[in-house]
Design a protein around this ligand. Sequence first.
Ligand code: MFK
Length: 635
Amino acid sequence: MPMCSALLTCRVAGRCSRVWCGVPPALVHIRSASVAEPGTRRSNEEQLWEAAGYLPFSRAKIGSFFQETPVLKNPFLEDALLRGYLRRHLPQEAAFSDLCAFGERVANEVDGWGRECEVTPPRLVHFDPWGRRVDHIVTSPAWKRMKDLSAQEGLVAIGYERSFGEWSRVYQMSKLYIFSPSSGLYTCPLAMTDGAAKVIQSIGVSWPVDEAYGRLTTRQPERFWTSGQWMTERQGGSDVASGTETVAVPQTDGSYKLHGFKWFTSATDADMTLTLARAQDRTGATTPGSRGLSLFYGEVSRDEGGRLKGIEVQRLKDKLGTRQMPTAELLLDGLPAHRLSEEGKGVASIANMLTITRIHNSISAAAAMRRVVQLARDYATRRTAFGKLLKDHPLHMQTLARMEVETRGAFLLVMEVCRLLGREESGMATQLDAHLLRLLTPVAKLYTGKQAVAVVSEGLESFGGQGYIEDTGLPGLLRDAQVLSIWEGTTNVLSLDVLRSVARSSGMVLHAYFTHAKSLLAGASNASSLAPAVKAVDGALSELEDFVQIAATRAPGYLELAARDLAYSLARIYTGALLIDHACWKGASSSDTYAALRWCEHDLCPVATKQARGCYDLSTAPLDAALVYDRPIQG
Ligand code: MFK
C-alpha cells in the first residue's frame, strides 16, 4: 500500500502532489482490492497502465488534468493601444515609468485585494454590545488598503496637481483605467471624491470647504478623505428636481441642518458629502422643482458617544453587483451642513460633479472591457479544445477581435473626453472644445456603459462554463458592469441630456461635433488603407446632418423618440473618426488600421436608418405602448 501511494505521488509532478497525497488510505485500499478481485478480467490496456505504474483514476478522486487559470499580467504593458495613445500624446518618461510600476503593482498585489473586497463585503453594525446606536459600516482591510493606495498613487490628486498640463487628466484616467477592474470598486468613491473636488474648485476653495478640498486632493493617506454624492431619494434618482424631499433648515449661525431620506448613497463610509436639499424660508416653506434645490456640503462625523451626527444608516443595499462597496439608505436627521450654491442653483452647481463622475464611469466601462479581453486572450493561449489551443481556432479569434474593436473604440472615445477636460482645466480649451466636452460626456457615458455589459458578457462566454463560476472572479466583472449604465444617469436620461445640451447651446454643440469629426477625417485623406473607413464615416456624418435638418422641423416628441438612436449615432461616428485618426499617426500599427476598418462595419448612423423606416413618427408611440401592454384575446 505505501508503495502504491508512492507511485502515484511520483506520477504527478510538483504542485499536484498535494492533491494526490490527500486520497484517504481506505479508498485506495478499496480500489486495490477490486482490481485484484478473482474472476475479474483486465483489459490489455489496463495491464499496460499498471505495468507502467499508473492506472488513470484508479487511486484518485479527481483525475490528473487541471485547466490552467488565466493570468493577469501587467495591464499597462499588455495594452498596446493605451501605450500607443500615450506615446503619441504624452511621451513623458515619468508618466510611463509610473504607469508601468503601477501596472506591476496592480497585477501582483492590488488585484488580490480587489478579490478580498469582493469576498468580504461590508456589513452594518447598528448597535454596540450595550445597545447604543452606532451605525458602523464595517469594511474589509483590503477596502481600507485601497483608500491608502489611492492617496499614495495620486488617483485623485493627479487631476489637481496638473504636472502634465493639459494631459494631466489623460494621465490620471490612464491610471484609473489600469486600476479599475482590480480596485474592488474603490473607483466609485474616487469618482465622487474627484467630482466633489471639482465642484469645490469651481465655486472657490475657501471656508467652509478649503480643508475638505485639501483632503480630497492630497497624496497623504492619513489626511485623505473621500466624498459621497447623495442625490437619490425614495422617489427616484433620475428626476431629481421633483424627487428631492430633503429640507435644509437654516440655523442662526448661517449653517443648516438637513432632514430627509437618501435612498441610494454609494460608498457610504465617506468622510463628507455633497448633496441637494430645499432650503426652508423663515416660514418653513420650500420651493418645488429644480428652482428650489440648493447644493450643500456636510461632514460625516461622530459625537463623543460614537454616534453619527445627524445621520442614521437604515440599512445596506443588497445589490446585484458592486457588493464590495457599501451602499446605504440614510436618514438625515439634522445633519449639520453648509450651503455652497446660490439658492435654487443646486442642479447646475452639482453638474460639475456629474461631468466628472460620468467620465469616471466611462473609464470604468472601457477598463472592464479591456480586462476581460486581456484575460480571455491569455486563456486562449492555455486552453485546448478539439485538438488545438483556442487561439488557433479562427472563429474564437474572430470573437475576441470583435471584443477588441469595441474596447478600442470605447477607450479612444473616453480618452477624447479626458483630453477635452484637461484642456478646459488648463485654460487651453477653445469654444469648440468646451462644446465638445459638454456633448461627448453623456454620449461616452451612455454608450460605453452599454458596450461594457455586452463585451464583458461575451468575454465570460469565452471561458466556457468557468466564466459562470463564482470563485473564478469572472462573474463579478459582469455584475459590476451592469451598474455602469444605471449610475450617474440611465441610458435614456443621458440621451435626453444630449438633447438638453443641443437645446441649451442652440445647436452649437452639434456644430462643434461636425466640425471636429470632419477635421479628423481630413487628416486621413491620403491614407488609402483607411479609405473604406473614411468613406463610411463621411457618409454617416452626412446622414446625421440630414437627420438633424429634418428633426429640427418636427414636433419635440419626434426628437425625444429619436434621442437614444441619436446618441448612439453620435458615439459610433465620432469613435470611427477617432479610430481613423489614431490609425494615421506615424507610430500606428497595422492593427490600428484594421480596428478602424472593422469599427466602420457598424451601422454608424442608426438614427438615419431608423428614421427612414418611420421609427420616430408620432404614430409609433401608441403602437409601442399597445405592443408592450398586449393582452391575450379573451375567450
Ligand atoms: C466607477 C465610477 C462610477 C461613479 C459612480 C458614483 C456612484 C453613483 C452615485 C450616483 O449614481 S448619484 C446619482 C446620479 N444622479 C444622476 O446622475 C441624475 C440623473 N438625472 C439627470 O441627470 C437629470 O437630467 C437632471 C437631474 C440633471 C435633471 O434636472 P433638472 O433640474 O430637471 O434639469 P434642468 O432644469 O434641465 O437643468 C438645471 C440646470 O442644470 C441647468 O442650468 P441653469 O440653471 O444654469 O440653466 C442645466 O443647464 C444644468 N445641467 C443639467 N444637466 C447638466 C447641466 N449642466 C451641465 N451638464 C449637465 N449634464
